[in-house]
Write a protein that binds this ligand. Sequence first.
Ligand code: AMP
Length: 447
Amino acid sequence: MCGIIGIHSKQDISKDLYYGLFSLQHRGQESCGIATMNEKIKQYKGMGLVSDVFNANTLNELQGNIGIGHVRYSTAGGSNEFNSQPLVGSFKKGKIALAHNGNLINKSILKERLEDEGLIFHTTIDSEVILYLIARYYKKNLIEAIKKAMKFIKGAYSLVIMTEDKELIAVRDPNGFRPLLLGKRDDEFIVSSENVSIDILGGDFVRDIAPGEILHIKDGKETSYFYDEKEEKSTCIFEHIYFSRNDATIDCQNVYEFRVKSGEILAKEFPCDADIVIPVPDSGWAGAIGYSNYSKIPLKEGLVKNRYVGRTFIKPTQREREIGVRLKLNPLKEVVEGKRVVLIDDSIVRGTTSKKLIDSLRKAGAKEVHLRITSPPVKYSCYFGIDTPRRRNLIASNNSIDEIKSVIKADSLAFLSIDGLKQSSIKDFKFCKACFDGNYPVDPVIL
Ligand code: AMP
């Protein structure tokens, strides 16, 4: 998962990009980068959080009127500085910078073909394949080159691209797997993965970039091109379940409302005889509000979160994840002692978080711990930008619900149904739920 942002303005926007990326930090914490330009493209990137990588000096060096930025959580390609983005390269038209959120499913074959032609890759990320394809198909018209390149790449991609021709381009794949939105602040354009960056910069949300759209911004004007209107839209439902912030609205579906509704439906589908509802902070909060609303079981803060620890799942190794859970969440003994607890989390993937939390709640004196999950069991790998590539890592892929209950030592365990997930969203909201049912909107075995 990653977060991307692009700004087109007539004034210096280096600090705006910094703040915009800061607001997208939840989408990736391994590395980040900014590329800006007035006449020439310059860039700065590094490993770590936005606030660690940039300082007043680096931002000063990055002054420019047009720019793009990226925060990264690796799904394809290792976690190292080489693979951080934006990627900057040179082609016939001059320099070009690109930032990508998503995952290509045919990267390997495309890469092999390009290597057969003699190309040398500088990174191991699929985004570089996109950059090369655009360069390869560029004759005189960049939009035509992008359209051509997009015909070859398959999978999930939201892109922001900038060239030394003072243009900013946003692209969203024909399925619309990953979000991408357009905002405006006076005559400036902001393109971002989530509306929070548009909000904090004092801009107004304009619209979602449509699946299959190329939005071109130059000289204060925007033009849309469509290169594929055939596909059925399928926004990744995990954006709503977990990734995006509560204040995000993607393809007209607000994330907070979706999560509260999921909690309510879960309480209806799987009631529980208990004394208190407690959320796994932060992503379990809205679902727990919904569960408590419907069940009338009081909502309490039973786990205290260390605000300085990032997302536990968004850590590359299992050992780091386990330490991360303990560092991040500590039970409030005074709340849980002697109580029958309904613990609400948004999902179970490997089972690391729930196992550790149930154990620590029991140690803190909880009488019973009933786990309710506001999404169905994750049984299938995601090839479209979520870090669950191996089925063997998914606890629900190899175990029944009863077996999972025993592994994590819960008194009871239940998951929201797929139908409940549909009911939680607005009418006609089309989403990819392949991680639950294995129905991939684009066949991952297309090679
Ligand atoms: P796990 O501990 O592996 O079962 O992961 C579940 C926890 O990580 C939950 O508390 C979620 O909030 C969070 N989570 C679920 N899915 C993902 C994902 N694909 N990427 C990052 N974090 C996730």
